[in-house]
Design a binder for this molecule. Structure first.
Ligand code: YXS
Length: 243
């Protein structure tokens, strides 16, 4: 489902499951995680996460067919998307997301969790929980909040509309990466881990966390969550009731 290659100090992972538009299935995520493990063992200095050149869809996001039916948390700790995000954040060297085509849902968060983002001007980014009535999880929302101003994060999450790369670039969410001079890998690796710890350093009382989990449970146990999943599988527009 992927092509993984190490050339010199750079490891490249190419998402290569076009039949399902590179949906982040458990199998595909396991292959990406295994490739990152190999890159760590070979001490690559930078990883590139891309899709095949010229794709229309970089990734269609979480594999909807693997989302649980109603009543279960769709983005729990062991979910493949959550696993992928943690592996990218913990990888000991910079990960550059190289984007062509459209990016959807959990793949949007995956790109934002990378250290640098390089995108073609035609690339688009759509956060889609509201499209499927999915109650996004706490650390996932933090990925958006750490990458974008809260007004932009809300626009992405509430509208589920594709946003063009050029607009995200103007807001500094997408980098322009130029050939970097030879930098010290140890310093970069430690700064990356420092930034991961700082970005996650949000205090929250156990009571607030429990309140959030209760609110999310209301959504993933709702008619609308089940309707969102069924509508996708039946290839029809969902009819949400707000309950
Ligand atoms: O019918 P077959 O078997 O050929 O399969 C079709 C699609 O069902 C499949 N596919 C997916 N399968 C599982 N999960 C997906 N996310 C997914 N997306 C697509 O791939 C085959 C080709 O799809 P098709 O015919 O629609 O391709 P297209 O080129 O006409 O359109 C490409 C897309 C990406 C515009 C379209 O497939 C699409 O809108 N996909 C869903 C995008 C989306 O809503 N992703 C969010 C997934 S849920 C998620 O990420 C989080 C839980 S959340 O929502 O909370 O962010």
């Amino acid at each position: 489902m992927i092509i993984s290659r190490v050339e010199g100090a750079i490891g490249t992972i190419t998402l290569n499951h076009q039949a399902k538009r590179n949906a982040l299935s458990e199998t595909l995520v396991d292959e990406v995680v295994a490739a990152l493990g190999e890159f760590t063992r070979r001490e690559v200095r930078c990883a590139v996460l891309r899709a095949a050149p010229g794709v229309k869809v970089w990734s269609a996001g979480h594999d909807v067919s693997e989302l649980p039916e109603g009543g279960y948390d769709p983005l729990g700790w062991r979910d493949p998307l959550r696993h992928l995000i943690r592996e990218l954040e913990n990888f000991p060297a910079p990960v550059i997301a190289m984007i062509e085509g459209s990016v959807w849902g959990g793949a949007c968060e995956t790109v934002l969790a990378c250290d640098l983002i390089v995108a073609t001007p035609e690339a688009t980014f759509a956060a889609t929980p509201a499209r499927h009535s999915v109650p996004y999880n706490v650390s996932g929302l933090l990925t958006f909040l750490n990458a974008a101003h809260i007004h932009i994060a809300k626009e992405m999450l509430f509208t589920a509309q594709p946003i063009p790369a050029s607009r995200l670039e103007r807001m500094g969410i997408i980098n322009h990466v130029v050939a970097a001079p030879e930098n010290a890998p140890l310093s970069i690796s430690v700064m990356k881990e420092q930034l991961r710890i700082l970005a996650a350093a949000h205090t929250m009382s156990p009571q607030d966390f429990e309140r959030i989990q209760g609110l999310r449970r209301v959504v993933y146990s709702s008619h609308d969550y089940s309707e969102g999943i069924s509508a996708f599988k039946e290839k029809r527009k969902p009819k949400f009731r707000g309950q």
